[in-house]
Design a protein. Structure first.
Length: 235
């Protein structure tokens, strides 16, 4: 897929990876970027950026976004949440699990299904879903987050098959810790630059890759899945 001249929508576009996606898409020549966030006032102003109010858990917000973006060719499902607080003590919160599943797994599928007819009408286009290296393994405190990202990975694989006939490229992105607000309280681990992650994703799109491993940790874990790396404690 060509980024130059594309029309993209990025969820969670007001900070972190979402903000980096918006900036990189503009630099790469995207004609327009719909920048979606729960509060569109938090989106940085730019002539080619259109802020959209979008809570990805609200069907009415998704429907309104679809109506606002009939020219869409690229959907980037970036919005996500982590509720690791307290789980390092051995607690597995069902409430946290439901919340993370709703945003990390169900919402990307909902937005993808809603926008897929528009993508088909505009030539197929592409969908990018942000997963995690934690789709494959658990760390202390990540049980529910890892489960939600594993579900997102599986749903993306199913969506790819479902939309193949209409020519829509569906890209799953795996990355470990990224230097954003979400990981601010996590110390002692390597963190990838948002800029570097986004550049790898855009390169994957340009080369029509169905999967992007956006850092060394993801490469290492993917290579060791057959060795049962997910069965062993990872510190």
């Amino acid at each position: 897929m060509q980024i130059k001249g594309s029309v993209a929508l990025v969820t969670g576009a007001n900070r972190g990876l979402g903000k980096a996606f918006v900036q990189a898409l503009l630099t790469a020549g995207a004609a327009k970027v719909y920048a979606a966030a729960r509060d569109p006032a938090t989106i940085d102003a730019h002539p080619n950026v259109i802020p959209i109010r979008l809570d990805v858990t609200r069907p009415e917000d998704i429907a309104a976004a679809v109506a606002q973006a009939p020219d869409l060719t690229l959907l980037i499902n970036n919005a996500g949440v982590s509720g690791m607080e307290g789980q390092e003590r051995g607690n597995i919160s069902l409430e946290t699990l439901r919340h993370e599943f709703e945003i990390n797994a169900i919402a990307p599928l909902a937005t993808s299904q809603a926008f897929s007819p528009i993508l088909a009408a505009n030539g197929g286009g592409a969908i990018v879903n942000m997963h995690s290296a934690l789709s494959w393994v658990n760390l202390p405190g990540t049980v529910t987050y890892s489960a939600s990202k594993a579900a997102a990975w599986s749903l993306t694989n199913g969506l790819r098959l479902h939309l193949a006939a209409q020519g829509t490229l569906v890209v799953g992105v795996h990355v470990a810790f990224v230097d954003t607000d979400m990981t601010r309280g996590i110390e002692g681990v390597p963190k990838a630059s948002p800029h570097d992650v986004v550049q790898r994703v855009l390169e994957g799109l340009i080369n029509d890759q169905p999967e992007v491993l956006a850092d060394d940790t993801s490469h290492h874990l993917k290579q060791n899945l057959s060795n049962g790396v997910y069965l062993r404690p990872i510190s």
